[in-house]
Design a protein around this ligand. Structure first.
Ligand SMILES: [Zn+2]
Ligand SMILES: [Zn+2]
Length: 164
């Protein structure tokens, strides 16, 4: 899987997930991605990566405040549960025998969720901007999401805005 980064296109005013490889020529990053809609050159920032292309910070805002989470596509886990619940209702309604068969979809859903959890790669997210990084070799440790830290950063940002 090619590593991807979400990059903000100013012209389209949207974040786009694009393949981006942090290769450097001198101090400049090569522009290796472009907006698929407006063709604007989009590129991550040098401060997000070390000389070997490993991720050490945010590839967009160069912040060092990042956290790790599972890169579940939104709604995937919920989808499994909804399907399992529906299957259970159908089985219960049909008074299937033996009665314990009714619970098979729920157990299956729990197993599927557990498997997904293990096979889903981590995504590295930024506390300060919506940038999400996936598939990069890591140049340092990234801790899981920390609510207290997120709150503190939000307060800091608020204070900066107020004083600006
Ligand atoms: Zn664009
Ligand atoms: Zn960022």
């Amino acid at each position: 899987m090619r590593p991807t980064l979400t990059l903000y296109c100013k012209q389209c005013q949207v974040w786009r997930r694009l393949p981006f490889e942090p290769r450097f020529t001198g101090s400049e990053l090569k522009h290796q991605s472009m907006c698929p809609k407006c063709q604007a050159a989009l590129s991550g920032k040098r401060g997000g990566f070390d000389a070997e292309g490993r991720q050490i910070g945010c590839g967009w805002c160069e912040s060092k405040d990042l956290y790790r989470r599972k890169a579940f596509p939104k709604g995937q886990g919920i989808g499994i549960v909804v399907v399992a619940a529906a299957a259970t209702l159908v089985l219960a309604w049909q008074e299937i025998q033996p009665p314990w068969l009714v619970y098979v979809p729920l157990v299956g859903a729990a197993l599927a969720d557990a498997v997904l959890y293990f096979v889903t790669p981590d995504a590295i997210c930024c506390y300060r901007c919506p940038c999400v990084h996936q598939g990069y070799p890591l140049g340092r440790e990234f801790a899981p999401y920390d609510h207290a830290k997120a709150d503190q950063i939000r307060l800091e940002k608020g204070a900066q805005k107020a004083s600006a």
